[in-house]
Ligand binder design. Sequence first.
Ligand SMILES: Nc1ncnc2c1ncn2[C@@H]1O[C@H](COP(=O)(O)OP(=O)(O)OP(=O)(O)O)[C@@H](O)[C@H]1O
Length: 296
Amino acid sequence: MSDAASDEQSPEAAAAGAPDDVDAEPGRLNLGGSGGPAVSEEYPLVVENLRKSFGGITAVDDASFRVERGSLTGLIGPNGAGKSTTFNLITGMLEPDAGSVTFDGEEITGQKPHTIANKGLVRTFQIARELQEMTVLENMMLAPKHQRGEALWRSVTPGFRGDVIEQESALLERVWEVLEFFEIDHIAEEYAGNLSGGQRKLLELARALLTDPDILLLDEPFAGVNPSLERRLLDHIHELREQGYTFLLVEHDMDLIMENCERVIVLHQGRVLTEGTPAEIQANEEVIEAYLGGNV
Ligand SMILES: Nc1ncnc2c1ncn2[C@@H]1O[C@H](COP(=O)(O)OP(=O)(O)OP(=O)(O)O)[C@@H](O)[C@H]1O
């Protein structure tokens, strides 16, 4: 793990998309209709010549690709192709040996995970063990860390209590909006540890969305999810995509990728083997060979 991840906020919290201050760009979250992130550039995420080695293993080897705004883009590849390492490099969990990551026109290479998350590039993360002992609502309220209300001493500052109350009620309103959107408001008082695999995935996505990202990186969001919840999760993702959110998805289920993604990027041995539409990828001989050669 690089220095990039060793900040006062845990990488996990940062990767879960916890911003420094809930006041940052209040009200950007718009789940109701015409909203979503402002559309400024066609490719909000651009990865160029990214490289990362671990000892003698080159996990990511000169990888370049870009993700189109408002798309659901799949990042696939056989086991060990470098998908997780690529996610870690993009989100600041690892520092690349070479190459760059550009988000919304700004180079973010090597920045700290929480800095990147605050800019709107957010990765979902499994609910940590200690958070499983909290309710869904508590998990949601904790998602935006470093609220001003956390510092008890500051509550004696004149005029500060009013601010905190206002901030807390605005956060609560957003929390309910997101819980309702994901149809998990009825389990708000349930302990996260008691949720089914699928409900937990919904909560993970809800926590990430609460931070109002532009791009969401999803690492196998359907693992352990039953088919009906998987459908629900996919419907929510499509709905958010239509609102302008962008998704980059790592997923082993090829049928799911081919049926749901507009674009697919194929990694093989740390390199981008090819990219294209699902139909193009499915017809690509090199991809078929890479998968037959790999142990998927
Ligand atoms: N921290 C590490 N130390 C040493 N080797 C690593 C480390 N992380 C990844 N690797 C190696 O880098 C290569 C790429 O791994 P990575 O996990 O990124 O692939 P992946 O495509 O996500 O694989 P999978 O589909 O199996 O999860 C593999 O050979 C892996 O063993």
